[in-house]
Design a protein around this ligand. Structure first.
Ligand code: ATP
Ligand code: MG
Length: 394
């Protein structure tokens, strides 16, 4: 029989909270794996999953997408006795092609009569005797055969596969992600989830200036992100009126700055309405005029809610690499314009002045308009389980 052995990684730095983190990871895995015939066992330093061989590929995919897992092994189970262990180690060594190897023994069952180091030597000797043209290399072996000796059942494995790391989603409270159709914001959402934040998304829509295809893009991006969590809400904010008022009343160079201040104001209201704790977005320092440090100051001044910017210090190329890894890149580069790109002025201000913003904003009755946006926000629930049908909304 085989099992998947899961190692927690960063979770183990949590002392008092460790149980809570492990419980969350278990809950998340159970939810994702509910259609499979599996058995999960929890220990303080790892988790084991028994599974049907035919499901391995699909289960691995889930494990790869679940935060809180540092690495995992596909291990063979044997009874804890010398004969069974040695037979399995020999069998594995004979089925593998290698020239150099190392044996690692971890004995947690102290009733097993031989010490780890000594038993590693014995097992190494057995392999050397039975396989030709191989040698031991403890520093850079081609394969490492690990034997974990436990009470009753022991594990033997060779591969160590990296998981996604991070903390299980749900170990932090909720954050609202400003999700545009661009490359940066889905990556920001992914990275925020990696720290355990439960993420819901907010999309500012300016129909008829933006198309339904643009909305669809955001829905598709949310479906990609939901693979890392159980369920996401996508809040669609009707932003047309505010945007038109801004372009009617404000100096064109300041339109983007003021538009973003309005977005932040609405975000603050939504954070309160949906009991979230932070705003998350895809701003990256210096990328565009509204993302200089001066701009960020002036824009951020409208809210006291913490704003998390996971890609703030990444290069565009680094962001694109992550976008490809999480499979959002191809959706993000589809050409439909969103509300930021439709109204881009020729010379957006790079060093906006707060007093100028306040003065221009006085011409817009934005308080009422923001309230209206918040009341009229549309909610889509997107889960990882079934194909959601939103045709009625489109
Ligand atoms: P790009 O990858 O082209 O930079 P972007 O999504 O980062 O796309 P920006 O204009 O740089 O677009 O906007 C910065 C951030 O503001 C976005 O990452 C996103 O978090 C937020 N944002 C912009 N437009 C919208 C929108 N229409 N709805 C929700 N959030 C938005
Ligand atoms: Mg950007």
């Amino acid at each position: 029989m085989k099992v998947i052995l899961i190692k927690y990684g960063e979770l183990i730095t949590k002392k008092g909270n460790r149980k809570f983190f492990i419980k969350k990871l278990e809950e998340n895995l159970r939810h994702k794996l509910k259609k499979f015939d599996i058995k999960i066992q929890i220990e303080i330093s790892r988790m084991t999953i028994e599974f049907l061989d035919s499901d391995l590929k699909e289960i691995e995919k889930v494990i790869q997408n679940t935060f809180g897992i540092y690495k995992y092994h596909i291990a063979e189970c044997v009874d804890t006795n010398r004969e069974s262990i040695e037979q399995k180690v020999l069998e594995i060594s004979q089925n593998k092609d290698f020239h150099t190897f190392k044996i690692e023994v971890k004995r947690s069952d102290k009733t097993f009569p031989i010490s780890s180091l000594e038993y590693a030597k014995i097992l190494g000797g057995i392999i050397l005797k039975n396989k030709k043209n191989i040698s031991v290399d403890v520093h850079q072996p081609e394969i490492t055969i690990t034997v974990e000796i436990k009470h009753g059942v022991s594990y033997v494995y060779t591969d160590s596969i990296l998981g996604s790391g991070g903390y299980p989603v749900g170990t932090q409270e909720k954050g609202l992600l400003m999700l545009s159709g661009g490359i940066d914001s889905p990556v920001a959402g992914y990275l925020a989830m990696k720290r355990g934040i439960r993420v819901d998304a907010v999309y500012f829509e300016a129909i008829p200036h933006t198309s339904l295809e643009a909305r669809n893009k955001v829905i598709e991006l949310t479906k990609k992100l939901v693979q890392y969590t159980n369920c996401m809400h996508l809040y669609i904010v009707p932003f047309t009126q505010i945007q038109e008022e801004i372009y009617k009343n404000c100096n064109p160079d300041y339109c983007i700055t003021i538009m973003r201040r309005m977005m932040y104001r609405i975000m603050e209201e939504l954070v309160k309405k949906f009991q979230a704790k932070v705003i998350i977005n895809g701003e990256s320092i210096g990328q565009v005029a509204s993302q200089t440090l001066v701009s960020m100051n002036v824009i951020n001044a409208v809210t006291h809610i913490p704003v998390i910017r996971p890609v703030a210090c990444l290069d565009k190329l680094e962001i694109m690499d992550i976008a490809r890894k999480i499979d959002t890149y191809d959706i993000s580069i589809l050409p439909y314009e969103d509300c930021c790109t439709v109204f881009v002025p020729k010379h957006p201000v790079i060093h906006p002045r707060l007093d100028m913003c306040v003065k221009m904003e006085e011409k817009i009755p934005y308080q009422e308009m923001i309230q209206k946006c918040v009341e009229e926000v549309q909610v889509l629930k997107i889960t990882d389980q079934e194909e959601s049908d939103f045709s009625s909304l489109l």
